[in-house]
Design a protein around this ligand. Structure first.
Ligand code: CTP
Ligand code: MG
Length: 235
């Protein structure tokens, strides 16, 4: 069955600081989005990539895709995104042709995910899981806090969840098409990933091993790390 990847790339990248929309910023001379598209197209199973562009940047994204060498076997669509990540993913799904029964959703902000991780997610969906997320154990201990009433006050700790049972979740997340579309039609809460919408439907979501290089470029230091990883790959 052919597989499509939806790449939400419509965010501004506020935490990265002033500049172009995050997905259009360069890593070692190539836009982050192009790295992310290549990471999806690297999997031979992926035959369509749907890029969800910044709302006023669809034309620019189209010409970027035309300007960079991308695999012959992969088709591309570009649609304008929305106000939230969730809305952007839904707009991408609206453009999904009916023959794609497995869908990946991958953040443009995770440009360096290795193809092994992409293929592991695909494999788990093929084996029957309605939703699959790549994830890693945590290095830090995590505390739940009671947000302080005033910004300059220390926050009281409420609990320390058992770290051994926690996972930091990455993308691409993989889905049975019908499941993901139903989740986006049904769940209206604010969520930060697609799998949590499937969890809210009461369906089974499973974890496969993620990869350190699938980290999300979020803050300025992440740009340093991403460029170092790219430089090392070229050795
Ligand atoms: N995204 C999107 N549409 C939005 C918001 C986010 O398509 N309205 C995408 C981003 O482009 C990114 C992915 O969702 O590829 C993950 O979001 P995040 O890392 O939070 O990126 P930004 O929202 O751009 O960054 P920030 O939250 O710092 O502004
Ligand atoms: Mg964001």
């Amino acid at each position: 069955t052919p597989i499509a990847a939806v790449i939400p790339a419509a965010g501004r990248g506020v935490r990265l600081g002033p500049g172009a929309p995050k997905a259009l910023r360069a890593l070692n001379g190539t836009p982050m989005l192009i790295h992310a598209v290549r990471a999806m197209a690297a999997s031979r199973a992926v035959s369509l990539v749907i890029v969800v562009a910044p709302p006023d940047g669809a034309a620019e994204v189209k010409s970027l895709l035309d300007a960079h060498a991308l695999p012959e076997r992969t088709d591309f669509l570009v649609v304008p995104g929305g106000e939230t990540r969730q809305e952007s993913v839904r707009l991408g799904l609206d453009a999904l042709p009916p023959e794609y029964e497995i869908v990946l959703v991958h953040d443009a902000a995770r440009p360096l995910v290795p193809v092994e991780t992409v293929d592991a997610v695909i494999e788990a969906v093929r084996e029957g899981a309605p939703a699959v997320v790549p994830a890693l154990p945590l290095a830090d201990t995590v505390k739940e806090v009671e947000p302080a009433a005033e910004a300059d006050q220390p926050e009281p700790v409420v609990a320390t969840p058992d770290r051994a049972r926690l996972r930091a979740v990455q993308t691409p997340q993989g889905f049975d098409r019908g499941t993901l579309i139903r989740a986006h039609e049904t769940v209206t809460d604010n969520v930060t990933d697609d799998a949590s919408m499937v969890e809210q439907l009461g369906l089974r979501v499973v974890v496969v091993p993620g990869h350190a290089e699938a980290f999300k470029v979020t803050r300025p230091l992440d740009l340093v790390l991403a460029e170092a990883v790219l430089a090392r790959r070229r050795l």
